[in-house]
Design a protein around this ligand. Sequence first.
Ligand code: B12
Length: 358
Amino acid sequence: MNAPVDVSLFARAAKPITSYRRYWAHRFGPAPFLPMSRKEMDALGWDSCDIVLVTGDAYVDHASFGMAVVGRVLEAQGFRVGIISQPDWHSAEAFKALGKPNLFWGVTAGNMDSMINRYTADRKLRSDDAYTPGDVGGKRPDRAAIVYSQRCREAFKDVPIILGGIEGSLRRIAHYDYWSEKVRHSIALDAKCDLLLYGNAERAIVEVAHRLAAREPVEDITDVRGTAFVRRSTPEGWSEVDSTSVDTPGRVEDHVSPYMTIADQAKAKGESCAKEEGTGALQGAPQALQFVPNPRVKLNRDRTVIRLPSYEAVKSDPILYATTPAACCTWRPTRAMPARWCRRTANATSGSTRRRSR
Ligand code: B12
């Protein structure tokens, strides 16, 4: 059984992005534009690309385009980066345009989730696409991150696939999918990527690129913050905590009609709205929750995983679904980060636990 592991809570000091020794290919110097064809590679004197980024957006060499940011950051580390933008996804041919990447594929659906990009909230086709020349729609497939990853695998089977961007990031654990009205499991399982880098990925991708360049197998890269990947079981030497022992669902509130005033809501519950009665406080108002670490739980934070409920369990139980992410938020004085999961033997690593104070 495979289970993605989220390692966002590893207590690892981040290495400054400028402290790496540049890759040997830095001698080619920066490209005026990252190449998108063999001809452009030839003009730069490149025989191959170290990294090929595949994106569902047009390549615009500007900081508002994720693939351009990631590409230029990698180039600054000395790597030769090519871009395949909005390829024809019906076969693997377009994915071979720049040859086999020496190190890895970087795959992204683009700046937006491909389903949001293509459909309105009414599930009608959008008339435009802000990330395509001429605003034309239909230049990327639905669920582009999955489709592109599959085509990359078909094009060059043994090249690691590193998935990133918003589509991968927000779908990295079991998630509700509005378009199919279903809970889907992690995109890491569908895309079969080797690593999923979520959020702003500059720091993580630089580390991953240098480690792959140093010939470290991708399956050994399991300790980079901000990554998710599939594991068969909890590694030896790690302990496991059941997420329901960390955070149990509290009282489930009734759905409140957005058309009701606060006074109406209070009345419906047999309570009164004190503000309207002049005392300034809402009678029976819920108390703010305070989160504190559980003093009874002594864990080795660096070697503890939280086992989340299975995909099947959250799929069939909306309350469990709604509360599961909360079980994986760490409580630390300075930050609260979700570290979540996906599937049957799902493990999400977390260095700490939290409890509601009662
Ligand atoms: C600017 C912007 C727009 C502009 C775009 C103009 C343009 N052509 O640039 C305009 C106003 C047109 C726009 C429109 C819309 N937008 Co808009 N927009 C944004 C905004 C504010 C910034 C996007 C951006 O420039 N990001 C900068 C890039 C560099 O960031 P990034 O893509 O996230 O990349 C980072 C990571 O994802 C990762 N990464 C990226 N690529 C890769 C690749 C690899 C291999 C790896 C490892 C990592 C990686 O690293 C990158 C660097 O840190 C975002 C919110 C946000 N703060 O991101 C919303 C956002 C993208 N928009 C959104 C939406 C919903 C829309 C609209 C649908 C709104 C509407 N109802 O009409 C429309 C789209 C209409 C259409 N037909 O396309 C949503 C998308 C939600 C989603 N889940 O996809 C966002 C996220 C806002 C939100 N929080 O809801 N938008």
